[in-house]
Design a protein around this ligand. Structure first.
Ligand SMILES: Cc1cc2nc3c(=O)[nH]c(=O)nc-3n(C[C@H](O)[C@H](O)[C@H](O)COP(=O)(O)O)c2cc1C
Length: 199
């Protein structure tokens, strides 16, 4: 695929057909986890792949699907619950090759969250490559979701990735128009050489 086509296809989709995704495709997408970048190769990413209907419905409920205009989380045939284990970073950065003056790095940013975002993007790209669409939903009822999926205490829930076949009307023109109207000017986001020098 041309990069411009990938970029255009990378939308957060909230309208899916219920048709199942073949297990080997689901597995191919999940396996990008082992190719995802991570600080110091800490590999704190975790994923729970949910395809069973009853569990998907419960995950959708915990992600407060009823707050949306229409159902989408329970319609998508595949849900991937994204988690991260921060302790993997502390474990890694207290190993001898990572110590700075005998101490763990003072984290310039919480790289476990950074890495999770990079992994989310990789999942989206893998799904696009498989001809599928993805979405992302915030979960506030995180502890209930962890209990449902058996996630241990040391894994934080980042959110839920929906994966499936996009409906023909997957991205309503009104949504695209709304985003276009909200899109910040390039110059508000990027400056060349110095932030003080807008061009
Ligand atoms: C960290 C993160 C959290 C998001 N949470 C939600 C969410 O809870 N529900 C939702 O419908 N979309 C959510 N989105 C999708 C954004 O609304 C979407 O990316 C944005 O509107 C731009 O649309 P686009 O990605 O299709 O270009 C989230 C995206 C990110 C990266």
């Amino acid at each position: 695929m041309e990069f411009d086509d990938v970029l255009a296809a990378r939308r957060m989709v909230r309208r899916y057909r219920p048709d199942p995704v073949p297990p080997e495709t689901v597995d191919r997408i999940a396996r990008v986890i082992r190719k995802a970048p991570s600080a110091g190769f800490s590999q704190g990413h975790r994923l729970v792949v949910v395809t069973e209907r009853a569990t998907r419905e419960r995950v959708a409920e915990l992600a407060e699907e009823s707050l949306y205009r229409e159902k989408w989380l329970s319609v998508a045939p595949v849900l991937m619950v994204l988690g991260v284990r921060e302790d993997d970073y502390h474990d890694r950065y207290t190993r001898p090759d990572k110590l700075i003056d005998g101490k763990e790095l003072e984290w310039p940013a919480p790289y476990w969250w950074v890495d999770s975002g990079a992994f989310l993007m990789l999942l989206q790209l893998a799904a696009i490559d498989a001809g599928l669409a993805t979405g992302f939903a915030t979960v506030r009822r995180k502890e209930e979701l962890k209990a449902l999926l058996g996630l241990p205490d040391d894994i934080a829930v980042v959110g839920v990735v929906t994966i499936g076949h996009a409906r023909d009307d997957a991205v309503p023109p009104s949504d695209t128009a709304r985003l276009r109207a909200m899109r910040k000017p390039f110059g508000d986001l990027v400056r060349y050489e110095s932030w003080k020098d807008p061009r």
